[in-house]
Ligand binder design. Structure first.
Ligand SMILES: Nc1nc2c(ncn2[C@@H]2O[C@H](COP(=O)(O)OP(=O)(O)OP(=O)(O)O)[C@@H](O)[C@H]2O)c(=O)[nH]1
Ligand SMILES: [Mg+2]
Length: 328
């Protein structure tokens, strides 16, 4: 039986063939289905159109697929903050990572030893900070997912090799980050990001200061940077300045530790509440429970109050090391 297709149908079919996007294809298909003559001779065609429509709708709602390579760069945050190690090949990122975290990353005396990011936890006093070891950055090749990992991180550790021209390394790294629209800034600098750019607080580490000429290279770098970015000479091999580095990383994260206590009891100094700098008594309560924060009447505070145990309201700002007794 002939299909007897109408000009209207043929027009819609032409539109369907020209359509470039899924929504446009669906629109054209809808018209085709609406105007197609409905009789025995078009039964099979209509079934085909409906099945095509179902497939297109499914495609439209499918989530964008992330490649496996990209997924490897998706590291779940844990602990008080996530700090991303960055550097050119062979500068000692994995050596440092393996020394200060509970995790291990392969170390090699050849470049490109690390191929995928690896997370590990670093203890600093009574908290845990997450470090992420990464593959070396390259000028001509940025792995998919790498920019996002850096952009999502809470702070960056830029590792430079003092056995090499460290200023040059710094320039190359800055250039690569520029491609990703990432600007590195110091601890107290706040420059508002514009047009898709993000600012990341960064600590520069001059590694391998144990090498002959290492400290001379460090001084050169220090002089050139002139205090723009925090900078520390370290030796992973000689375990030099690693404790200072941990402290600097903590400061970079812009967080504070506050301790809660129940009335008449001593505070537990092993379990700090970790908050962003600038938080209030209300944020302390929120960290316990939303309802707790709603019911909060007042707090007593030891540390930043005028005297120990001072009564304060919910908007009272808390400081590093404060002890807070919440009352509901
Ligand atoms: N002298 C000296 N050598 C170091 C130090 N830290 C690391 N190295 C050496 O530097 C080489 C590279 O170390 P890795 O930790 O694999 O470097 P990486 O930056 O992770 O390298 P990629 O993963 O290839 O980017 C190894 O031979 C290390 O033993 C240090 O503090 N002093
Ligand atoms: Mg490595």
């Amino acid at each position: 039986m002939p299909a007897n297709l109408t000009p209207e149908y043929l027009e819609a079919e032409a539109k369907f063939k020209q359509a470039k996007t899924i929504p446009d294809k669906i629109k054209a298909l809808e018209v085709m289905l609406a105007v197609i003559p409905k009789h025995k001779g078009t039964e099979k065609m209509r079934a085909q159109l409906r099945s095509r429509m179902a497939k297109l709708k499914e495609e439209l709602h499918r989530k964008p697929t992330i490649s496996r390579a990209e997924q490897a760069f998706n590291i779940k945050k844990e602990g008080a903050g996530q700090v991303i190690l960055l550097g050119l090949p062979n500068v000692g990122k994995s050596s440092l990572f393996s020394k200060v975290t509970n995790a291990a990353s392969e170390i090699g005396d050849y470049p490109f030893t690390t191929q995928k990011p690896i997370p590990g936890m670093m203890r600093f006093e009574n908290i845990q900070i997450q470090l992420v070891d990464t593959p070396p950055l390259q000028l001509d090749h940025i792995e998919p997912g790498f920019p996002n990992l850096i952009r999502n991180g809470d702070a960056l550790l830029m590792v430079l090799d003092l056995g090499d021209d460290s200023l040059f390394q710094m320039e190359v790294l800055t250039e690569i980050l520029k491609e990703m629209k990432i600007k590195i800034i110091g601890r107290d600098q706040i420059s508002p990001p514009e047009g898709g750019w993000v600012c990341k607080k960064t600590l520069l580490l001059g590694n391998k200061c144990d090498l002959p000429g290492g400290m001379r290279e460090y001084r050169k770098l220090e002089e050139q940077l002139n205090g723009i970015l925090p900078l520390l000479p370290i030796s992973t091999r000689g375990e030099m300045n690693l404790e200072e580095m941990k402290k600097e990383i903590y400061l970079l994260l812009d967080i504070i530790r506050v301790y809660t206590k129940a009335p008449g009891k001593e505070p537990d100094f092993t379990e700090p509440v970790i908050l962003k700098k600038g938080s209030t008594v209300e944020d302390v309560a929120l960290s316990i429970h939303k309802e707790f924060a709603q019911k909060l009447r007042y707090a007593r505070i030891w540390g930043s109050g005028k005297f120990g145990g001072q009564m304060v309201k919910r908007d009272f700002p808390v400081q590093e090391g404060d002890v807070v007794e919440l009352h509901i």
